[in-house]
Design a protein around this ligand. Structure first.
Ligand code: APR
Length: 196
C-alpha cells in the first residue's frame, strides 16, 4: 500500500461532479439540507435524499451518517456521508495549540468517524469538502491541518479508504491544503526516515 501522503489528493471544484465512491457532505444536525455544499449535494441527489433523511432523527455534531446517493448513483457515487462539523464561535481561541479547542476536537471527530464509515462500508475512494470552513466559520488553515493530520494518521493504519480527495471550492483553499500536506508529508518522512 502506498505511503499515506501518496493516497491523498487536492482538487478544486464542485464535489457533486467528482467520480468517487463516496462524497462527504458538510451537513447540520437536522440532516435536512441547507446552503453551501449541503445544498449542492441535496440538489444533485434529488428530493429522495431529503425524504430518506427525515427518518434518521438527525446527527450530533462531530459525528457522521451514511446514506445512499440516490440520483448521484448514475455518476458512480454509491454513498453520501453526512458529517456534522462544529461552528467556530467567538468562544474559540485561535491562539490555542492545534487540537486544544472544543471545535478542533469535534472537527477531528468528523474526519475520524467518516474514515471509519468508509472502512466499514468498503469504500475505496472518498471526497471531503472543507468541513466547517464556510457558514460555520472555522479558520481555513486550522481546519486543513486537522483534516490532513487525521486523514494521514488514519491512512497510515488502514487500507480503506484507498484514496482521499480534498475537494476545495477555490484555488486559494486548495493551495492551503497543498501547503499543509507538503509540510505534513515532510514531517512524516523525517519521522519514518523514508526519503521523499
Ligand atoms: N463543492 C465543494 N465544496 C463546496 C461546495 C461544493 N459544491 N459548495 C461549498 N463548498 C465549500 C465552501 O466553500 C466551504 O469551503 O465547502 C466548505 C464548507 O462550507 P459550507 O457548505 O458552508 O459548510 P459548513 O461551513 O460546514 O457549514 C455547514 O451550512 O449549508 C449549511 O446546512 C449546512 O448548516 C450547515 C452549515
Amino acid at each position: 500500500m502506498d505511503l499515506p501522503v501518496a493516497r491523498v489528493e487536492v482538487v478544486t471544484g464542485d464535489i457533486t461532479q467528482l467520480h468517487v465512491e463516496a462524497i462527504v457532505n458538510a451537513a447540520n444536525t437536522s440532516l435536512l439540507g441547507g446552503g453551501g455544499v449541503d445544498g449542492a449535494i441535496h440538489r444533485a441527489a434529488g428530493p429522495a435524499l431529503l425524504e430518506h433523511n427525515r427518518n434518521l432523527g438527525g446527527c450530533q455534531t462531530g459525528l457522521a451518517v451514511v446514506t445512499p446517493s440516490f440520483e448521484l448513483q448514475q455518476r458512480g457515487v454509491r454513498h453520501i456521508i453526512h458529517a456534522v462539523g462544529p461552528v467556530w464561535s467567538e468562544k474559540e481561541d485561535a491562539t490555542q495549540k492545534l487540537g486544544n479547542t472544543h471545535a478542533d476536537v469535534l472537527l477531528a471527530s468528523c474526519y475520524h468517524t467518516t474514515l471509519g464509515l468508509c472502512a466499514e462500508n468498503h469504500i475505496g475512494t472518498v471526497a471531503f469538502p472543507a468541513i466547517s470552513t464556510g457558514v460555520y466559520g472555522f479558520p481555513k488553515e486550522r481546519a486543513a491541518k486537522i483534516a490532513v493530520a487525521h486523514t494521514l494518521g488514519w491512512l497510515a493504519e488502514h487500507d480503506l479508504p484507498r484514496r482521499v480527495i480534498f475537494c476545495c471550492y477555490s484555488d486559494a483553499d486548495a493551495n492551503v491544503y497543498r501547503k499543509v500536506i507538503e509540510s505534513r508529508g515532510r514531517w512524516m518522512n523525517q519521522r519514518t526516515g523514508s526519503k521523499p
